[in-house]
Design a protein around this ligand. Structure first.
Ligand code: C5P
Length: 215
């Protein structure tokens, strides 16, 4: 049984505006479908995305990071493998003064002032799964980075108690968010690493599942 998180999260600050990111959910959708084709029971907790996953895959659509965290934590005890590809917003906006629950902020009501939006921390979904991981469970994370790719990926492997981390640069063409291809380096808990060329995301997904045999 594989538990996957995918897509962005979306945290609103009034009835029509929100904080999110440009994750399409494609990498997660490829992992979900390929795990399912290889015979796994697949459960997906997904933020807003445009994919129709096959009916054989159990999907739990969510919107906010806190909803994703709750849904993933509920499903985790029943999973053998967890794989978090979701681009969870680390921070959520606090509705500015004057915005009542369920209402849209009206420009007119500001009387020339700009709204001030502060942020508060969202849960780290993957870290939560890592902290409650049993010895018979395997956990995979992604590290979307600019700059020091491997250093950051190693830190995440340790901090989030992962068995495998898939690191990709999000500041290069042909890799990362909203791209049909990905260039990744994979690092496992035993210190093994492999750098793969730019590949279509379905191929990256297939290779990730292959790697689990070596863990
Ligand atoms: O955002 P960051 O680079 O730390 O993401 C690394 C991994 O952690 C990804 O697998 C992502 O899905 C997960 N993550 C999460 N909840 C967060 C932030 C990241 O599950 N709040």
């Amino acid at each position: 049984t594989v538990l996957l998180t995918l897509g962005p999260t979306r945290d609103p600050w009034d009835a029509v505006r929100y904080l999110s990111n440009s994750s399409s959910g494609l990498m997660g959708a490829c992992l979900a479908v390929s795990a399912w084709m290889r015979g796994a029971v697949v459960k997906v907790v997904c933020g807003p995305n445009a994919f129709d996953l096959p009916p054989g895959i159990e999907t739990h659509p969510v919107t906010t990071a806190r909803q994703m965290s709750e849904a993933a934590a509920d499903l985790w005890p029943g999973a053998d493998i967890g794989c978090c590809t979701a681009a969870v917003c680390d921070f959520r906006p606090v509705p500015p003064r004057g915005v009542e629950a369920g209402q849209k902020l009206k420009r007119r009501s500001l009387a020339g002032d700009l709204p001030v939006i502060s942020l508060e921390e969202n849960p780290d979904v993957l870290k939560g799964l890592g902290l409650s991981k049993r010895s018979d469970q395997t956990l995979i994370g992604f590290a979307a980075e600019t700059g020091d790719l491997l250093g950051q990926a190693r830190l995440k492997l340790d901090e989030k108690r992962l068995d495998l981390v898939v690191a990709n640069r999000v500041d290069l063409p042909g890799s990362g968010f909203d791209s049909p291809t990905n260039s990744v380096t994979v690092l496992d808990r035993n210190g093994r690493s492999e750098q793969w060329p730019e590949l279509p995301k379905p191929e990256v997904a297939w290779r990730i599942w292959d790697l689990l045999r070596h863990l």
